[in-house]
Ligand binder design. Structure first.
Ligand code: ATP
Ligand code: MG
Length: 566
């Protein structure tokens, strides 16, 4: 995995292009990229890919990557999102330069340039309504129809455009369009709209404007104003590139013309990476918020316990390609697991507790059941993490499903007459069970071998199972959330076109009354630990003793690879 990761990170077509540009002195050898999110939602794993590319390439080639908020649509944008976008980028390990830039900073310049194009006869005010304009665009292989307003003279256009800005016309009554070619095979060049009249409060410019530039009109020009050299975006903008170039070609630009290059979007199995669809999950109450650990938002993944480095390494590994493809969630998880295996401390937690009573457990000098303390390794992968003391007594919590009164075939854990190891403590043998009136097991009785202190018998006899446990007298109550895929289908919406049809109704299981070792009460909020035998769990960033399962322990990606014969 590591070899391939290194290879893909360094030899993709965008890096090859940038390297060539530097060698040839294009853009004076400068490299400047930008990450241009629209502040209309929180960033998701797809954005992480773009961030890793935009900031990563700038960093690698000694250039700059600016954060520019693409705030041209006042209806959906809010300041609330801006801070979180910056925080999420920083969490991933990149530092957007100050100040943060905004497309709205250029509204006046864009307005001037629009007048320039009008003056050159390259833009006109169209009084047609939206439906007419849309109907007249034609289709693929079918030319569009020229608007009756297309041949207005520059004077009239200028006057109308200025009056559009001055607020003389109602919303939607007129637009400014570039005058290009209504029969161009690229639909983007069929007199695209540059401005719409829209009386909406903008989170930065307030009520200063009642006309707003379209994405296409704002984007390339913003790039040019900032001195962007390589404008990297996703494949859906491929057809827009001709328009991007057309605008730049026809304007008196301050410097070099930036160049747009597209790469494939990141999509992941069993989830959606579109802000619109994510918002719908929120609005429908499917998830609790933008940081619900089931969401692929950076907030959600972070709360779930995904290390930022696992996300960026995954993005480097999948590399930069020109073909859209969906990556397996199991692959992403394998990066998470690998990182956590290195970094997470081991702890014991019993999620579905049942009492285990050692009937032969001695009483201490104080007349109370004796307490023994065992030094357990915090992380076998990292000896520097040291050990912790874990209390052990004659009443313990173990997982209910680690015991079977009548063991099925291949069940090697605890059952009457069977000896197992309690991790790092003692070998114990079950002797019987205690049941309530309804026949439910309320406690398991057992004896221990006092000579097996530390978990190994002096005669070297083998036991098949090692189980985790928590001293009942010292246990701390915790809530544990187990997660499954948010969507049961690999490609949500593939069957019906509606991802919500594939929602997994059991994507979260809440376990209350879990019994965890006392050290977990001291685990810092937000930290991820390994619950022995159960998986990696993140301490909630706000609520003490709430744990989210990040990933299980088994590498499902390895199994998938094996099945595919790799
Ligand atoms: P969404 O569909 O989630 O709203 P978007 O493209 O509208 O995505 P923006 O905020 O405009 O979201 O995106 C900012 C940048 O992130 C753009 O350059 C865009 O190409 C990139 N980006 C967005 N989604 C992905 C993705 N799934 N994979 C890679 N890059 C993405
Ligand atoms: Mg967008």
């Amino acid at each position: 995995m590591t070899e391939a990761a290194g290879a893909s990170a360094n030899s993709d077509f965008i890096r090859a292009m940038v390297r060539r540009d530097i060698e040839q002195g294009t853009f004076g050898g400068r490299v400047q990229t930008r990450f241009p999110p629209e502040p209309n939602g929180y960033l998701h794993i797809g954005h992480a890919k773009a961030i890793v590319i935009d900031f990563g390439i700038a960093r690698e080639f000694g250039g700059v990557c600016q954060l520019r908020l693409d705030d041209t649509n006042p209806d959906t944008e809010e300041a609330e999102y801006v801070d979180s976008i910056i925080a999420d980028i920083e969490w991933l390990g990149f530092t957007p330069p100050e100040p943060t830039l905004h497309a709205s900073d250029y509204f006046e310049q864009l307005y001037d340039w629009a007048q320039f194009l009008i003056g050159k006869g390259l833009a006109y005010v169209d009084d047609s309504d939206a439906d007419t304009i849309s109907a007249q665009r034609g289709g693929y292989g079918q030319p569009g129809v020229e608007s009756p307003f297309r041949n207005r003279g520059p004077e009239e256009n200028l006057d109308l455009f200025r009056r559009m800005r001055a607020g003389e016309f109602p919303d939607g009554s007129r637009v400014l369009r570039a005058k290009i070619d209504m029969s161009h095979e690229n639909m983007q060049l069929r007199d695209p709209i540059m401005y719409r009249i829209r009386r909406a409060h903008h989170y930065r410019t307030g009520d200063e404007w009642c006309i707003y530039p379209t994405y296409d009109w704002a984007h390339g020009q913003s790039d040019a104003i900032e001195g962007v050299t390589h404008s990297l975006c996703t494949l859906e903008f491929q057809d827009n590139r001709a328009l991007y170039d057309w605008y730049l070609e026809h304007l008196p630009l301050p410097g070099d013309r930036p160049r747009q290059t597209e790469f494939a979007r990141l999509e992941i199995t069993h989830t959606v990476t579109s802000k619109r669809r994510l918002r719908k999950l929120l609005e429908d109450g499917v998830v609790d918020g933008w940081d619900d650990p089931r969401l692929p938002t950076l907030r959600g993944l972070r709360r779930r316990g995904y290390p930022a480095s696992a996300i960026t390494e995954f993005c480097d590994y999948i590399g930069v390609t020109k073909t859209n493809s969906r990556q397996s969630i199991e692959l992403l998880e394998s990066f998470v697991r690998r990182e956590l295996n290195r970094s997470a401390q081991r702890r014991m937690a019993v999620t579905r507790p049942v009492k285990l009573i050692l009937d032969d457990w001695p009483v201490g000098i104080d007349g109370e059941p004796k307490v023994e303390w065992f030094e357990l390794t915090n992380n076998p992968e990292n000896p520097d993490d040291g050990v912790r003391s874990v209390p052990f007594t004659g009443e313990l919590w173990i997982e209910a499903d680690d015991f079977a009164e009548v063991p099925p075939p291949k069940f090697f854990r605890l059952s009457p007459g069977r000896e197992v190891r309690l991790r790092g403590a003692y070998l114990v043998t079950a002797t019987g069970v205690e049941k309530d009136a309804a026949g439910n097991i309320v406690a398991i009785h057992a004896t221990h071998d006092p000579d097996s202190r530390g978990g190994n018998a002096p005669d070297g006899r083998k036991v098949k199972s090692t189980m985790h446990w928590v001293s009942a007298a010292h246990a701390v109550d915790a809530t544990v959330m187990l997660y499954d895929r948010l969507f049961s289908a690999e490609v949500p919406g593939e069957r019906t076109g509606e991802p919500l049809d594939d929602l997994n109704p059991d994507s979260r299981e809440v376990l209350t009354g879990c019994k965890v070792e006392p050290a977990l009460a001291e685990t810092p909020l937000g930290e991820v630990v390994q619950f022995e035998r159960l998986g990696y769990f993140a301490h909630d960033p706000r609520e003490p003793l709430l744990f989210h399962r990040t990933v299980g322990l088994r590498d499902e990606w390895a199994n998938i690879q094996k099945r595919q014969g790799k």
